[in-house]
Structures are given as C-alpha cells and as structure tokens.
Design a binder for this molecule. Structure first.
Ligand code: ATP
Ligand code: MG
Length: 660
C-alpha cells in the first residue's frame, strides 16, 4: 500500500476514514499511542519523534473506530498558527469539523456560548491587547519609569494573572519566585491594580480574565460545567510542557472526573517558563493519573544522525541520558564556526544560504533563528542587500511600533546641528531614549526597543557619513527606501524564515542557522548566574538544534560591534563547549596521522622557538588523529582547538590531515 505523504505528515486521504490507512505509516510506538484512544495517555518524547503527528492521527483513529463523535473532540495547541496547522492536518485526514484551538480561543468560544445562558447578560467585551489601558498608566509612572515599554508591563501583568496572583499579593509572590519586575515591585503592584480597576470600569475583560472567568464559571455553576462536559468528552493537548497554572485549571474542569485526556510534550523543550508555564504538569501526569498509559517515542524522523548527535550531547551535558534515535540517512556534519568578527559571520551566512539555494534547498526550507527580536534586524538588512527573499515570524523591523514611533517623532522636525545629535536630542525628549547603557534590570521589550532605536541611529550615522549636510528629510527618505526594499523582499510569499527561537517551536526546516551563540546572547545576559534561567536558555538552544532536518550551522564571533557600533569581544556560548565530543578514545587515533602531526608540531615549535606543548599537546594531536577534520569547522570541534589555535595553526593542521 502506498499513499502520498506530504512534508507535514498529513495523509492525502480524500475518501472515508480507514483505520488501517491511518496506522500504516507509523512505527510501533506511534501506533501504540494512536490506537490507545481511550483513557489517560501521556506521550513524553523528544523533538521530532512525531508527537504532533500522533495527535492528529490519534484523533482520526478514534473517529474511524467510532470511539468518539468528532464534534466532542477538543484538541488544544500552543499557538493559533499551530491550531490552523492542526485543523489543516485533520481536514486532510477527512475530519474538517474537529475543534483545534489554543486554550484562549477555546475559552473565548465557550464563554461566548455559556456565559449568557448562565448569567443572563452578555459576556463583557474581550480586549485583544492591554496596551491602550497600560500605556497611559505607564506614562504616569514617576521619573524615568514613564518610558518603561508598556509591553514589558503587560508581560508582567500576564505572568501574575497566569499564576492567579492578585495585585495585592504581587509584591510578596514576586519576591518568593525571585522575579525581576520591569519596575520596582510595589510600583508595579499599584500599576497592576490600576490596570484592573480601569479595565473593570470600562466593562472589559482581557485574555487571562477569559481563562479565569471560564474557570470560575465552571466552578460555580453546575449547569455550565454540565453543558461544557456534555459538549466535549475527548481531549488532546500538544506542547503540554508549556502549560501555565490557569490553563491547567481550565483543562482539569473540562476533563472533570473523566479520563479521555491525552497530553503530549517534551520537558527538554520547556521554553516559556518565564511567562509562568511549568513542565511539572507533564512530568507529574503519571502520578495524577496512576493508570495512565505512558508512551515514549524515541525514533526521530526529522533530523540526520549528525544533527541528533549534537542534540543528544547537549542533553548529556546535564548529566542525563536522553537519546534521540535517527531514522534518516546520514547528512553533513553540523558546523560550529568561530568567526573573527560579526561581519564575517554575516557574510559567510549569506554565502552559505546562496550555496544551499544552488544545491536545490528551497528558500522556505531555510531558517535563521536567534535569541531576541532585535537580533533579526541586521539579518533583515543583509538578506535585503543580497536580494534573498525572507519572511519574519513576528514583526518586520520597519513595522515595529517603536520604529514607527521613532520616525513619527522626527516628522516636521528641522535639524540645526549634526543629524545624529539632533535625532538623539529629539528621541530623548519624545521617547526617553539615551544612547548610554540602560539599567540592567529592564524587561525584554525595553531591550528590544532600545536595540531598534540604536539600529536606527546607526543608519543616521551612515547617512551623515555619506553626506554631512543631510538632514532629517534625507534620513527619513533613506528609512523609507530601506523599508520599501525589505517589504519587497519579505512580501514574495516564500522566503528564508527569520525567527526567534521561541517562535520556532514545533517547526522544522532543511537548513537551520544558529548565529551569535555567545555568552550574554545565548545564554542571554540576565540568565547568567541564575540556574533555572540558564537551564531554560539551554533548552532554547536544544529547540534550535532540533529544528534542523539536514543542514545545521552554529556560529559565534570573537569580535562584534555592539548596538552603539562600539567593538566588543564576546566569548563563545558556554553551551558550545558541551557540544564537542565528550571523550575521545586514543585507541581510535590513526597512528600514521598522529605521527605526521607530531612531526609537524616539532617543525613548527622549532620555527617559533617555543616548547612543543605550546603548539599542541599530545591529547590534542590524538584527538585530531581520531576526528580527521577536513575543514576548519570540524577542526574547531576537536577538544583542545580553540579560535586562537585555529587562527594560528588551522590551515597547516588541515594540510597535514589531507596529505596523510
Ligand atoms: P517537536 O517536539 O519538535 O514538536 P514532534 O515530536 O511533534 O516534534 P512531528 O512534528 O510530529 O514531531 O514530526 C516530525 C517530523 O517527522 C514531521 O515531518 C513528521 O511528518 C515526520 N514523521 C513523524 N513520524 C513519522 C513516521 N512514522 N514516518 C515518517 N515521517 C514521520
Ligand atoms: Mg510537535
């Protein structure tokens, strides 16, 4: 039997559901999971093992075997986009009517339906963004706090609400959880209370209210809980490792004392801990449902053995063993490249993309993944410059609100001094922006916003350097030109994906680039010295590595201009050292190569008039003789070879290996 398999794992089934066909192209473990259609099931499995695929197949199988009416199924996904994708997969399986949505969307739909029946009044209007309420409150904050981005404040409100922490408990809870609020905790608690008051006065509710109102409704009204439990009887939750307390509370009410719940997740991919999510619900599932079927999937269908070896090493460095078994043919070795500076990293990355395109890798199968939104900006510019179409997951630089606001602040503004000085004074007055370092404890949005403004300032300095008489009008024209060019490059439908690691969750590409793997970037500076935060940074890298099907390029640069254009000397991310082979058995060393390397070392030590071990010690030579590197990236993976040895001896060593 043979049927067309699409990339996303959906079967092209256009005729009635056939349970045999649903199971046919699954492995035994997956088949077990898919055919376990009743009772509690937990699938705890690593990246790319088919968890998401199992969820859609399991739904189809349950319907095909008449275990459940498709209208009574609720599939919960992590993002709206994932929900659309799940719906598409289910439709491809012949199940257009099944509900797949996020917790929020499900709560919204249910409240819209049940709330008026129970309360005999309409559901208050739901605000899609907290900004219009929070922004004015932020502007009333004392002193420099009034420039705190409203987004950082709304993120913090969401953290509190996701954990059901009321304003008057905020300060104590924040302290207990070691939380670093974007502004002083007591000040934030007041702002949070004023936000709640203002929202209530306006008769509105927000997204978290929607979840808590649903929880309250089901807790208080026997009629409501009966209605929702009659409506839904069979549940699946994808990415369960990133569920927050509010979502979990709602899920428990939906399920009640029934048992048809299937959760799917990977604790090593928990990357939303900072928003209040916890992998604990996944890891404690078995103790909460003692008769749950626990299914472990170990075969990875996404990545080459080479990519998986790297992923496995990152986990092994934590002292655990969790091996993903590869099922795809061997591919090229992932590269870990140390560049001398950020510019050469960028140039090489663009050439590598070009080579992939020449080799037939489609544009849409290439992704560049970075730690923060702001880090995407130079890639947007570089790809535009290189004429390579791209698509930003999230907002493109020139449409970000802070970039728009910075331009708006300059309109009708006449320069009197130098362009950049005038811009700086205008932005200081209008936006509270200063080029000097910002306080270390400011939130993620503040850092992103600052980076955007610094990027805009760098463009002003370029304009100024090209034409010292240029004024604001010329500058704004240049920004418009760049915006146009980037819009054109990103509007073509398909392009190289530019995304943060967070937004890359659940997705996959043929070729993945993970640049800027430096201390202070990944791991991000705020996580240094905080074990839990550092562990989440490692999981982010794990998510990044496991997105790659075949080509994976990790890199960092030993010199990089910071956002102000000043040179910095970053160190390689601490995680990179852990990706190198842990132990190299000397027995595997190629004896003739080892001897050749020793001869080279002797010659080189004499020429430089240094002791032999300064060039390289025996362990390093042995490791080279084991690994037989054929390029600088492979050589850099050899223990004992760092960027400085590579720079000094790299070419010679590679020649010795090649000649042997
Ligand atoms: P993640 O942890 O990253 O979310 P996942 O466990 O959800 O990954 P999927 O996205 O479901 O994994 O599957 C990964 C890839 O492997 C997809 O392209 C999917 O179609 C493919 N795949 C999964 N199982 C099989 C199989 N039995 N045969 C062929 N391909 C498979
Ligand atoms: Mg998945």
């Amino acid at each position: 039997m043979c049927f067309p398999e699409r990339r996303d794992g959906g079967l092209d089934i256009t005729h009635p559901l056939d349970s045999e066909r649903i199971l046919a192209d699954l492995n035994d473990e997956q088949r077990n999971a898919v055919s376990a259609v009743a009772g509690p099931v937990a699938i705890l499995a690593g990246a790319g093992t088919g968890k998401t695929r199992v969820i859609s197949r399991r739904v189809a199988y349950a319907v095909a075997t008449a275990v459940v009416d498709p209208r009574r199924i609720l599939v919960v996904t992590f993002t709206e986009k994932a929900a659309e994708e799940m719906q598409r997969r289910l439709a491809a399986l012949g199940l257009p009517g099944v509900q797949a949505s996020t917790f929020h969307a499900a709560a919204r739909r249910q409240l819209a339906f049940y709330w008026p029946q129970i309360h005999e009044r309409p559901l208050p209007e739901v605000i899609n963004t907290k900004m219009p309420i929070v922004a004015p409150l932020a502007r009333q904050l004392p002193g420099g706090f009034k420039f705190t981005p409203a987004k950082d404040l709304t993120d913090e409100i969401e953290w509190a609400k996701n954990r059901r922490i009321a304003p008057h408990h905020y300060a104590a809870e924040a302290q207990r959880s070691n939380r670093k609020p974007p502004i002083a905790a007591d000040l934030f608690a007041t702002l949070y209370r004023r936000y709640e008051d203002a929202k209530q006065r306006a008769g509105r509710i927000d997204f978290e209210d929607m979840l808590s109102l649903a929880v309250d409704l089901y807790q208080e009204s026997g009629q409501a809980i009966d209605l929702v439990q009659q409506r839904y009887s069979w549940f699946s939750v994808d990415e369960y490792q990133d569920t927050n307390p509010l979502q979990e509370a709602l899920l428990r009410l939906w399920v009640g004392d029934r048992r048809d719940l299937c959760v799917v997740g990977d604790e090593d991919q928990t990357i939303y801990g900072f928003t209040g999510a916890s992998a604990e619900y996944l890891t404690t599932f078995a103790s909460r449902f003692p008769d749950a079927r626990l299914i472990n999937l170990v075969t990875n269908y996404r990545s080459t053995p080479q990519v998986l070896e790297l992923a496995n090493r990152l986990i092994a460095a934590t002292g655990r063993r969790k091996e993903l078994r590869a099922n795809t043919p061997a591919g090229p070795a992932p590269t870990i490249t140390a560049y001398t500076d950020g510019d050469s990293e960028m140039t090489s990355l663009v050439s590598a993309i070009r080579r992939h395109l020449v080799d037939g890798v489609p544009l849409a199968e290439i992704a560049i993944l970075v730690r923060t939104n702001a880090q995407l900006v130079p890639f947007e510019a570089a790809l535009t410059g290189a004429g390579i179409p791209f698509a930003v997951r999230g907002l493109r630089f020139y449409v970000r609100p802070e970039v728009r606001a910075a331009q708006a602040a300059l309109r009708h503004y006449v320069t009197s001094g130098t362009l950049s000085q005038d811009i700086l004074s205008r932005w200081r007055a209008a936006l509270g922006f200063s080029e000097e370092e910002q306080p270390a404890d400011s939130g993620a949005e503040a850092r992103d916003r600052r980076a955007s403004l610094l990027a805009l300032l760098a463009i002003a300095r370029q304009v100024e350097a090209a034409d010292p008489t240029a004024g604001v009008a010329e500058y704004l024209a240049e920004l418009r030109r760049r915006d146009e060019a980037e819009r054109a490059a990103s509007d073509l439908g398909t392009g190289v994906t530019l995304s943060t690691l967070h937004r890359a969750k659940g997705l996959e590409w043929d070729a993945v680039f993970l640049p800027m793997l430096e201390e202070g970037t990944l791991p991000i500076s705020q996580s240094l010295g905080d074990a839990a935060a550092l562990a989440e940074e490692r999981r982010l890298l794990y998510v990044g590595i496991t997105r790659a099907r075949r080509h994976l390029a990790l890199s960092w640069a030993a010199r990089r201009a910071n956002a102000q254009g000043r040179p910095t000397r970053p160190k390689a991310s601490q995680f990179l050292a852990q990706l190198r082979p842990a132990h190299v058995a000397p027995a595997n060393a190629d004896p003739s190569l080892f001897e050749a390397l020793r001869a080279w070392r002797l010659e080189r030590a004499r020429a430089d008039d240094v002791p032999a071990f300064v060039v390289a010690d025996n362990k390093t030579l042995q490791a080279i003789a084991v690994a037989r590197p054929t390029n600088t990236a492979e050589l850099l993976q050899v223990p004992g070879i760092g960027p400085s040895r590579l720079e000094r001896y790299g070419d010679e060593i590679l020649r010795v290996v090649l000649d042997d």
